[in-house]
Design a protein around this ligand. Structure first.
Ligand SMILES: [Mg+2]
Length: 397
């Protein structure tokens, strides 16, 4: 079998109504189809700045056309070496390799008539536990009523108050997590202060308490907070998360199934983590449904799977573009049994949502944005003024 062509599909997935001067978060999904001379077509998804990923995938066409798609590791290595003249590949490069790697696993499964999880060693479990997101107790109750058994809350403004309210609303039987979103808004001391205030709530994990760039900062948080620490969503390849795992700086590693480098890299990371008693909870905050499928196959096959992040009711198009779409029943997703990944996209739906942009655009000066000393000044390292306001207890207490 030989690869004969690839085709990319870049689509807008949320916030399509761009308003001049207002803050605008533009999310995109990038899918790839890899075509073979035997008529088998593999599907994959790449994240890590999808508009750039699309171009990177197109650039990789001459690198992979003519290759036997079942030689997945050989093709992965070839893609990395062929792009190293560009420097470290970063998440756009690994996102492109990720999409192609995923499609190759899909092709191999379809060619052999077996699901991808079977190629990865077989099933450890038949269903995957998933979690949702809630900022308010009302939303948390809604998710609990939908059957979810684990809920993550986020944000940095008086986080302990937010968690306490949600814990009271949903009870002790629901697992709770906190994501500080690797923020510029905490420094190490702030992250430790907040972490200590969260210890009483029996959290499943405390995620990205500091930005991901400085691993030593995360080490200090890990050493001072008695909650399992989770991180890894913005890194690429085994090398991006190597120190987090080898130095046991995280208890939960969170590779993003769209930009970590593919199913091949996910499996290697899971094995590295297993040796350190670290569990795996793939990130999928900004991912589309094809990457979710890939995560399900990986989590079905690895022993140290903790839970899958799911943004299950963000945009309706999530359920229009994928065939079949994923359902969460009693907080779990059934592992699919069809050959390959067991999913396809509706190309017409993808084409009907053209990309309009792919960054978070701040508003104009004078409308509250860029105000010195506030979140809106958009500095990666915030002033103490704003951080202190976030940590300060309410005036009434
Ligand atoms: Mg996160």
């Amino acid at each position: 079998m030989k690869i004969v062509d690839i085709k990319t599909f870049l689509m807008m997935a949320g916030s399509p109504d761009k308003k001049e001067g207002s803050s605008w978060s533009a999310r995109n999904w990038c899918f790839v189809k890899v075509y073979t001379d035997e008529g088998i077509v593999g599907i994959g998804e790449g994240s890590g700045w999808p508009r750039v990923v699309q171009t990177a995938i197109e650039d990789l066409r001459p690198v992979i056309v003519g290759e036997d798609p079942t030689n997945i590791e050989k093709i992965w290595q070839k893609m990395l070496v062929s792009t190293m003249g560009n420097g470290m590949t970063g998440t756009p490069g690994s996102g492109a390799m990720n999409a192609i790697d995923m499609a190759l696993w899909d092709i191999k499964g379809k060619a052999l008539g077996t699901p991808v999880w079977n190629l990865l060693g077989g099933k450890v479990r038949d269903r995957i536990r998933a979690y949702g997101h809630a900022k308010t107790p009302e939303r948390a109750i809604e998710l609990k009523e939908q059957g979810l058994t684990a809920i993550k809350t986020g944000g940095v403004h008086r986080t302990a108050d937010q968690v306490e309210a949600i814990r009271k609303a949903v009870g002790d039987e629901i697992d709770l997590m906190v994501d500080a979103h690797g923020p510029p808004w905490y420094n190490v001391k702030d992250a430790i202060i907040v972490g200590k205030s969260l210890e009483q709530f029996n959290l499943l994990f405390y995620e990205d308490p500091v930005p991901p760039d400085n691993v030593d900062a995360l080490r200090r948080v890990q050493d001072n907070v008695d909650i399992p620490i989770a991180a890894g969503e913005r890194h690429s390849h085994i090398w991006g998360v190597r120190r987090l795992i080898e130095e046991e700086i995280v208890d939960v590693v969170q590779p993003d199934t769209g930009r970590i480098g593919g199913i091949s890299q996910m499996m290697k990371i899971a094995a590295m983590a297993e040796a350190h008693y670290i569990s795996v909870a793939p990130h999928s905050g900004s991912l589309g449904p094809i990457a979710e499928y890939a995560a399900i196959h990986v989590l079905a096959a690895i022993p140290n799977a903790l839970i899958l992040e799911r943004v299950h009711d963000d945009v309706a198009v999530r359920y229009e573009v994928t065939l079949p779409h994923i359902d969460t029943v009693d907080g779990h997703i059934e592992v699919p049994d069809k050959p390959g990944l067991g999913v396809d996209i509706d190309e017409n739906v993808a084409l009907a949502h053209p990309s309009q942009g792919n960054t978070t655009t701040p508003g104009k000066e004078g409308d509250g944005n860029y105000e010195p000393g506030t979140y809106n000044e958009h500095l990666y390292v915030q002033t103490r003024y704003r951080r202190q306001a976030n940590l300060r207890p309410p005036a009434s207490s």
